[in-house]
Design a protein around this ligand. Structure first.
Ligand code: 13P
Length: 210
């Protein structure tokens, strides 16, 4: 896809997320890697009403070349890209169920979700919890950087999920799977759960690597 098509694609995906209640107000941000920099959704923009022409164009150093001022989470997106050479897109949301799980006190920070479905294993993998830091703070980007090499999906405590993918399509599919899994985990709270076994998880990882 050329840059114009990518801009249209970001706006289309943003509207789709917004229309289905996965993004609201000015929460969330989307970026795509280019050969020599990034496209980044502008700060304080609504993902449901993005103007493709005003999406921020950053150079390889993260400097704004054109468009509106970029998301305050730009550092965090760039940290993901720098740690994950194959990442072509990063999506961050404040989707309700994932945020709810990010506020639960007793989750395993190395693997937030129990292994309940095959698709969560295949598309989200081991979801790591990033300790709480204020939105847009360099400390938050630094904390994500520490986990990004081992996890393409992380959950910012009391904030929301961040997912990297080879393409925007892959990153969005994975963050939607993450949100769906969070919803299932909340629906199942207090119920006896038949989780997948370690062997079943290993088999999925063998069949569907990466
Ligand atoms: P921006 O409006 O700067 O992209 O920030 C929104 C957000 O989701 C912060 O975490």
């Amino acid at each position: 896809m050329n840059e114009d098509a990518l801009r249209e694609h970001i706006a289309l995906i943003g509207k789709s997320l917004y229309d289905r209640g996965l993004a609201h107000g000015s929460a969330g941000n989307i970026s795509v890697r280019l050969a020599d920099g990034w496209l980044m959704t502008p700060t304080n923009s609504c993902l449901g009403r993005l103007d493709p022409a005003r999406i921020s164009r950053l150079d390889a150093g993260g400097k704004l070349l054109s468009g509106d001022p970029p998301s305050k989470e730009t550092f965090l997106h760039i940290a993901m890209y720098q740690e994950r050479a194959a990442a072509g897109a990063v999506v961050h949301l404040h989707s309700a169920h994932a945020v709810a799980v990010s506020c639960i006190a007793d989750v395993d920070p190395g693997d937030v979700f129990p292994p309940i479905t095959a698709y969560a294993i295949m598309q989200v993998g081991k979801l790591a919890l990033v300790p709480y830091f204020p939105p847009g703070d360099q400390t938050l980007a630094d904390a994500v950087r520490k986990l990004a090499r081992r996890h393409h999906a992380v959950l910012l405590a009391n904030h929301g999920p961040v997912v990297a993918g080879a393409t925007l399509e892959a990153a969005v599919n994975a963050i939607e799977e993450l949100e769906q899994t969070a919803k299932l985990v909340l629906l199942l709270r207090g119920q006896p759960v038949r989780a997948l076994t370690a062997e079943q998880v290993a088999e999925l990882n063998r069949r569907f690597p990466g």
